[in-house]
Design a binder for this molecule. Structure first.
Ligand code: PGA
Length: 248
């Protein structure tokens, strides 16, 4: 089963309209012959400008979060339809920073995922264990819970992208080894097979995220179960193009 690789950037709360446009202009010619799908998930306020900047390129623009309600009294939130109106195709859901700082739970991840799918946005659902959980041997339990609860009620799992991001590797420069990432992502695929069906699990794109960079992307991408990357720090610079071109 061949899965098309997918490299996505996560700008987090970085960049401005000016620096974002400049980066997209510089990246576009460098990534135009990519063999993988390419996206940049950007702060909501930058979406309209970044969609314009990426017009006519193979860079898709994504969001970093979405609310589950269609509309209503949710001050400060953004709905899936608002994102769709501008041509957004992807949305990151349940990033560990949202779980850690903004009260995101498996239940809210689930609600956001279902709302994204309903609006025909592709959710990039983030899961991952804390350092303490890796060290006390509960990684698989944590990931099982995040998958079971976060993906409840999903009809077609092939429409969901999973990003496995060990929390201890995010922004720390401490990447999981190729073997650790492969072993854990293979576990995630088996678990998706149990929750949905083994054949469906073979179709799901599973990214690795956490200090992935121009130097370590080839080794990670060579692993059979790793289908892409969710890139934080390295997506703020031209290194992102090197990662996108990992196979060249
Ligand atoms: P990082 O972030 O690449 O800076 O570690 C990854 C992420 O948080 O998605």
């Amino acid at each position: 089963m061949s899965r098309k690789a997918f490299i996505a950037g996560n700008w987090k709360m970085n960049m401005t309209a000016e620096s974002g446009k400049k980066l997209i202009k510089e990246l576009a010619p460098l990534v135009k012959d990519a063999n993988c799908d390419v996206a940049l998930c950007v702060p909501a306020i930058l979406i309209p400008e970044m969609i314009k900047a990426a017009e006519g390129t193979n860079i898709k623009i994504g969001a970093e979060n979405v609310h589950w309600a269609k509309s209503g009294a949710y001050t400060g939130e953004i709905s899936a339809d608002m994102l769709k109106e501008y041509g957004v195709e992807y949305v990151i859901i349940g990033h560990s920073e949202r779980r850690q700082y903004f009260g995101e739970t498996d239940e809210t991840v689930n609600k956001r995922t279902l709302a994204a799918l309903d609006a025909k946005l592709t959710p990039i659902v983030c899961i991952g264990e804390l350092l303490e959980e890796r060290e006390n041997g509960s990684t698989e339990n944590v990931l099982s819970r995040q998958l079971t609860e976060g993906l409840k009620g999903v009809d077609d799992i092939s429409k969901v992208v999973i990003a496995y991001e060990p929390v201890w590797a995010i922004g720390t420069g401490r990447t999981a080894t190729d073997e650790q990432a492969q072993e854990t992502i293979a576990f995630i695929r088996r678990k998706i097979g149990e929750l949905f069906c083994p054949e469906c699990a073979k179709k799901v794109i599973i990214q690795y995220g956490g200090s992935m960079n121009a130097g370590n992307c080839k080794g990670l991408m060579a692993q059979p179960d790793i289908d892409g990357g969710l890139i934080g720090g390295a997506s703020l610079k031209l290194d992102f193009a090197t990662i996108v071109n990992y196979d060249k």
